[in-house]
Design a protein around this ligand. Structure first.
Ligand code: GGG
Length: 326
């Protein structure tokens, strides 16, 4: 069976790490992919006036899955609509400390299960008068229940404890609903779980991440806490993600376009390659997904490494080493 994959490199280092993931997937002889590339992002907007052309939307909608690189200034016009195009309601973001790397917290093994459709990322903003702006935060029972069910299922299947992150002491109505709904899901299942105020949780994740496993969070909190977790495991070059829907999915690194290093050929491809491994899992190729993760882990441990991890290797050299390991 051939899987049709939409490949959308996007901006900045997305142009460098996305081909790396495709190269790794092409090296797996037991799975057949057909890759079709499309444009999105700042550069295509500058050229055509549109950050997400209709043909790119259509490609992602019709594909079996999408590999996405990175969004820059046009993130709100690119990655948020793309997540809608694939019907994604959950963003899975694992943050793992790999052996041999100089992680601030070497015992970290976290998975953020981020609500992917609402919160402040609903994009309802306005300037009501000169110098006064508003943002409407949308939290619904339906979306909160769906992400909590997904999070509790994921934790059970993968052997993690559950923490529900919220700020219901301040955002009483919106996060009150998120918290009550997620707790009800846990109680219905007779599952054990903890709840945590997301500001205190940010500190505890830095100090003692080993006490946490799956963290179910509202949208913005999931985006921020996962970047924080990247900081304790060695940087954003290490965190993959899966945007999961009922029938379609999109896989992307947690990092953005990194304009400071874009074009230099030194971006760490690990997050993008690990996102491709999550895509293999998604299609049921668990053994192949594990092989890719093992190859990345081995290269992270023994090198070559890109400059973000203290090395001087290029993106291409790291990718070639991962392919060799495979
Ligand atoms: N590949 C991830 C990416 O491009 N991130 C840029 C960004 O701003 N993302 C916002 C989000 O993940 O919601």
């Amino acid at each position: 069976m051939t899987h049709e994959i939409a490949v959308i490199p996007g901006d900045g280092i997305g142009q460098e790490v996305t081909p790396a993931a495709v190269e790794v997937l092409e090296a797996i002889e037991t799975v057949d992919f057909e890759f079709t590339e499309a444009d999105a992002g700042d550069a295509v907007k500058a050229e055509t006036g549109e950050a997400l052309p209709q043909e790119t939307r259509d490609l992602a909608a019709d594909a079996d899955a999408t590999l996405f690189g990175a969004a820059g200034e046009t993130a709100a016009d690119v990655i948020l609509p793309l997540r809608q195009v694939v019907g994604s309601f959950a963003n899975i973001r694992p943050a793992v400390a790999y052996p041999g790397l100089d992680a601030l917290q070497p015992d970290t093994d976290l998975v953020f299960i981020r609500e992917n459709t609402e919160g402040v990322y609903k994009g309802i903003e306005s300037e009501i008068t000169d110098g006064v702006t508003t943002c409407t935060r949308v939290i619904t029972e339906e979306a909160s229940e769906k992400i909590a069910e997904f999070g509790f299922d994921y934790a059970k299947q993968n052997g993690y404890d559950v923490t529900i992150a919220h700020k219901a002491n301040v955002m009483r109505t919106t996060d009150g609903l998120f918290l009550d709904t997620a707790e009800a899901v846990g109680q219905d299942r007779g599952a054990e779980y903890d709840t945590a105020l997301m500001d205190a949780l940010a500190m505890h994740l830095v100090q003692r991440p080993e006490e946490y496993g799956v963290v179910i969070c509202p949208n913005l909190a999931g985006d921020m806490l996962s970047d924080l977790a990247a900081g304790i495991v060695g940087g954003l070059g290490l965190l993959p993600s899966a945007n999961v829907g009922e029938e379609n999915a999109l896989f992307e690194p947690v990092h953005g376009s990194a304009p400071d290093i874009a074009g230099e050929g030194v971006a760490n491809p690990s997050a993008m390659i690990l996102s491709a491994a999550m895509m293999l899992d998604h299609f049921g190729y668990d053994e192949e997904g594990d092989r890719v993760r093992a190859a990345v882990e081995s290269v992270l441990e023994s090198g070559p490494r890109t400059p973000d991890l203290g090395g001087d290797a290029s993106t291409d050299a790291v990718t070639a080493a991962v392919v060799d390991e495979l």
